[in-house]
Ligand binder design. Sequence first.
Ligand code: SF4
Length: 239
Amino acid sequence: MKIINKKNNQITFTAEIEESLANAVRRCVNQVPVLAIDEVEILKNDSPLYDETISHRMGLIPLTMDKPVNEKTVAKLKLSTKKEGMVCSELLVGDVKVVYDKIPITSLKKGQELEIVATAKVGKGIEHARFSPGLMFYRNIIELKIDKDCSKEVVDVCPQKILKTENGKIIVEDNYKCDMCEACVDLCEKQGKDSIKLIPTKELTITLESFGQLSVEEIFKKSIEVLKKDLKEVSKKIK
Ligand code: SF4
């Protein structure tokens, strides 16, 4: 396992694991519970958006809490404003914090008002997208076999810029970045050659992205815990 990229809310690493196992973990991401706004009471809405649209937008605002959450966690939030301009998530105040301040909810003109009371609860992404903690995707790492007669033009057509020439030869750098777009293969075919072969290896690059409620490490660990629990249940039933 090797980490190849780590940003705030995203991690990419390589791992030599079965695709079926990676897929099972991926499917468990949406079973990791997170908080989201579940009920919205609109007391006043002079904005141009329907109550339903505002409620839908609020449900998708990622929330976070300082203490650990469980199925019984319930949090209250309020939004009350008469300020002209864009109404953003930062105006939501209560027991939980919004992860991003600048998510637009609606806009108000002078003299207009918006007053909302909301309840957040814990749920899972398999119930509704608003409870989704993030996403995971993976692909096989590609091994490239390049023949000597391959045209040097392939270096320029590669959108990932992973092909280079060194001592007159075409070499591959960071082959885990190859997304199998086949631009290099197509160019060779146009030239009547079969100089590049893309061979999927058993190794995967796995990317996890968090929507902000949990860290990517927490999402990965919790997804594996969910999978382990499910497997335990299955083996109990089989016995
Ligand atoms: S398949 Fe696409 S990304 Fe991979 S080496 Fe060829 S051009 Fe580059």
